[in-house]
Design a protein. Structure first.
Length: 369
């Protein structure tokens, strides 16, 4: 459906168009200088030694788990209030996802619930920085260290966010980013994995390129995948990364404007703004509707008026796709309660003040306290 005010929209300037066009004028459309330049810039931005670009965030999660040796017999603690790829990737390496509940304030894994979910089979903790809000990295890191767990960060929604002034994606053994067009930074489709060791980076590069490790195109040292990111995508990403401060500042300004415009709607819960130690990278703007709201009807009304919305997120453990894959998990009351009330409203770099006012006025008219 085409909305007058979309939920998200990429911010592409002439610089991105020029960079992608320049690649098209070369003969190297994959595995060339743009890949190296994008990876180098990503690693430098995060001040980590290695960044490995891949074809999607999902591919990044898959390779991160494989690289860290997670597989059959291993349990991985994940949130259910997340995009489905988070848990799918765990299943797809043959490991068992164990869902843990979230903190209602940050939408992120609650360290207390994570601790309760740890068993002798737990091997990894997969922490998502939901909606660009940093998770409680000190408590979660401490848990991982005390229980000897591998720590993977899913920063797909959170590039540029900080916890205690440190960028998310720099805490984990490996960290994953996604660059789908609704993200703060896009490559069309794409993703990346940050690594601290040369061994991990080499394994990631081999796995993304059909298990190749030598120079001969037809030598395959291990079973791998085609998770490469094209030169066109990397050129786009390189320019977007150079503009990241500007991209994030625009989203922050739009989010602040919404906070001002929506502050007076009775019963409407706004995203957290003054969380200690955290700087949010605004991925989506998610409100929580008052008790008794009919979200489906509200969405239909908004959509009829050309305003897009999204149900960010529907719990993974309740998805039909997961009916036959569920293993033990504790009750997830916060996940289930929050998921019924959330509504993402349009947020993108070039959203105008008038568009935001229209969204806010329409919500004020339709939301029933
Ligand atoms: C938290 C999270 N993890 C993983 C992904 C998967 O990324 P992709 O859509 O690039 O495969 C997303 C996606 O959009 C996401 O929000």
């Amino acid at each position: 459906m085409n909305f007058r005010i979309p939920l998200s929209s990429p911010d592409i300037t002439q610089a991105e168009i020029d960079a992608v066009t320049a690649v098209l004028r070369t003969t190297q459309l994959s595995l060339g200088p743009e890949l190296t330049a994008f990876e180098t810039a990503l690693a430098r931005y995060h001040q980590v030694p290695h960044a490995v670009a891949v074809s999607s965030g999902t591919a990044g999660l898959h390779l991160a788990l494989l690289t860290l040796g997670i597989g059959p017999g291993h349990e991985v603690i994940v949130p259910s209030f997340a995009f489905i790829a988070v848990a799918n990737a765990v299943l797809q390496v043959g490991a068992t996802p164990i869902f843990a509940d979230i903190d209602p304030l940050t939408f992120n894994l609650d360290p207390k619930r994570v601790e309760e979910a740890i068993s002798p089979r737990t091997s990894a903790l997969l922490v998502v920085h939901t909606f660009g809000i940093p998770a409680a990295m000190d408590a979660l890191r401490d848990l991982a260290a005390r229980h000897n767990l591998v720590l993977i960060e899913d920063a797909c929604e959170a590039i540029g966010a900080t916890f205690k002034e440190r960028l998310v994606g720099t805490f984990g053994d490996l960290s994953v980013f996604g660059f789908y067009p609704n993200k703060q930074l896009t490559t069309g489709e794409g993703g990346a994995v940050l690594a601290h060791s040369a061994e991990h980076a080499a394994r990631l590069r081999s796995l993304r390129n059909q298990g190749r490790s030598g120079t001969d195109w037809l030598d395959h040292a291990e079973l791998g995948f085609n998770y490469r990111l094209s030169e066109l995508a990397c050129a786009l990403g390189r320019v977007q990364l150079g503009r990241l401060a500007e991209l994030l500042a625009q989203r922050t300004a739009a989010a602040r404007n919404y906070l001002r415009l929506l502050g007076d709607i009775p019963g409407l819960k706004l995203p957290p703004t003054s969380l200690p130690d955290r700087e949010i990278s605004w991925f989506v703007f998610v409100v929580q509707l008052p008790d008794g709201s009919d979200r489906q009807r509200l969405q239909a009304e908004l959509h009829a008026r050309g305003i897009a919305t999204g149900r960010y997120f529907a719990p993974i453990h309740l998805q039909p796709a997961w009916k036959n894959s569920l293993r033990r998990h504790a009750p997830l009351p916060v996940t289930e309660a929050v998921a019924q009330r959330v509504l993402a409203i349009p947020l993108f770099n070039r959203i105008t003040k008038q568009q935001q006012e229209e969204v806010a006025n329409t919500l004020a008219e339709l939301v029933i306290p």
